[in-house]
Design a protein around this ligand. Structure first.
Ligand code: PLP
Length: 432
């Protein structure tokens, strides 16, 4: 019962002198009601799952706010292609929308024809053919690595990740009660984390999650490094999760897949980047046999299965690599425009940008006064109308010195961004 409802009743009673004795009781009910309100306000909100925001997405919100006021922005903040998927994909999606069958649930790991098509893609690119039974279609690779965390680890387990690295790894781990172990992978380490230190210090983690090409650095591990990491994990009983979401987006060679070098690794991939289907929220993972059952049960219970129409559209994604490779040529040109046009002290001691579509600039040499990349990115957005992401998202220790520039847009936009940065930068530096 809501005690507030009783208050008018008792206060009315208390107006009559003969019933004054009831007034204190009315007061007690009044205060009980107040207490109840306090209790009602204390409705549970998780404290253990409170994680930091994804700053690149926050920057995206800020750009949307500016754009409604009519601002003409250049977007270097979010890692998403600026071109649509190949026409065959759009045709396959439209056809599927007119078919009744595709409006129902999918099986949890995704429909078999798509899993077979993904298996064939491995034959085309890597000369190996995973069993479609080991392939799970997921809701973006985001859910792929989340399922990998849930299926392979227990609360309190430690998973090593590269620092700087993709922030959602660290944040999702924390929400799931896992402990991220940060491996420095900065200029001093040649931008690739050193695993031997872990074994030497008797500090072996339960898992290791690496991405190559990497976000935010764009660094591509050599095939020898990937092979070594796979063997090192197997030899040390460490479960490897390899995020291959930027495969296809390399400028010189096509990197090897961890699938070729390990039977225990989980490979995560996505339609978001090379295939230009970011908003479709579709990815896949290739699972070792011992994780099939647990992962399938998790997928069934968490989201039932991926969208069926999207899967039918994605079936055509592998039919025309040539169209998609044209984008890769443009990304390379975009990178070269930024490297050529931006001042060397703005780029600083940057990572070798050999893949994905990122430059991880180091602002240390920009000014004698320390530049904080969060303030820098905000000022550049408001004053130069160029959006990019502070390194703080990717590296909580040294990220304030770095800025991530995504060059997935048009070449014209890269030229525009360079012009704007060059004409704005001197006034900003003067204001420090
Ligand atoms: C390294 C890395 N992994 C995973 C993701 C998540 O991608 P999605 O869920 O769109 O497949 C991203 C997104 O930018 C990323 O950079």
């Amino acid at each position: 019962m809501n005690l507030a409802e009783l208050w008018p009743f008792y206060s009315e009673f208390a107006k009559h002198p003969s019933d004054r004795s009831i007034a204190p009781l009315a007061g007690i009910f009044y205060f009980m009601n107040k207490i109840e309100v306090v209790f009602q306000m204390a409705i549970k909100v998780s404290t253990t799952n409170r994680i930091p925001p994804f700053l690149a997405m926050e920057m995206m919100n800020a750009t949307r706010e500016l754009e409604v006021t009519g601002a003409d922005l250049v977007h270097l903040e979010v890692g998403q292609p600026s071109t649509p998927p190949p026409p065959a994909v759009l045709r396959a999606l439209t056809t599927s929308l007119g078919t009744t069958r595709t409006h129902g649930y999918s099986v949890a790991f995704g429909e078999l024809p798509l899993r077979q098509r993904i298996a064939a893609h491995y034959e085309d690119w890597y000369d190996c053919r995973p069993d479609p039974a080991n392939i799970a279609v997921t809701l973006g690779s985001s859910l792929g690595f989340t399922l990998a965390f849930l299926g392979a680890f227990d609360r309190g387990d430690r998973i090593a990740i590269a620092n700087p690295g993709y922030p959602a790894y660290r944040n999702v781990m924390k929400a799931l009660g896992l402990e991220p172990l940060l491996l420095p992978s900065r200029a001093a380490e040649g931008w690739v984390p050193r695993l031997e230190a872990l074994a030497n210090e008797g500090n072996l983690p339960d898992g290791l999650l690496l991405a190559s090409p990497a976000n935010p650095t764009g660094v591509v591990m050599s095939d020898a490094d990937v092979k070594h990491i796979c063997h090192w994990c197997d030899a040390n009983g460490v479960r490897l999760i390899m995020d291959e979401i930027y495969h296809g987006l390399t400028f010189d060679t096509r990197p090897t897949s961890a699938l070729l070098h390990s039977n225990s690794a989980i490979v995560v991939n996505s339609f978001s980047k090379y295939f230009c289907m970011t908003g479709w929220r579709l990815g896949w993972m290739i699972l070792p046999d011992d994780l099939l059952e647990i992962t399938e049960r998790l997928a069934q219970n968490l989201y039932i299965g991926p969208s069926r129409p999207m899967q039918e559209g994605a079936m055509a994604a592998f039919d025309d690599y040539d169209i998609l490779d044209q984008n890769v040529l443009r990304y390379r040109e975009n990178r070269d425009v930024l490297l050529r046009e931006l001042p060397p002290e703005f780029l600083g001691d940057m990572a070798p940008a050999d893949g994905a579509f990122y430059i991880y600039a180091d602002l240390t040499q920009l000014s004698k006064t320390a530049v904080n990349s969060l303030d820098f990115a905000n000022a550049m957005l408001r004053e130069a109308h160029v959006a990019c992401t502070s390194g703080v998202d990717f590296d909580q220790e040294l990220g304030h010195r770095h800025l991530r520039l995504s060059y997935a847009g048009s070449t014209e936009d890269m030229k525009k961004a360079s012009r704007r940065i060059n004409s704005w930068l001197p006034s900003y530096l003067k204001s420090l």
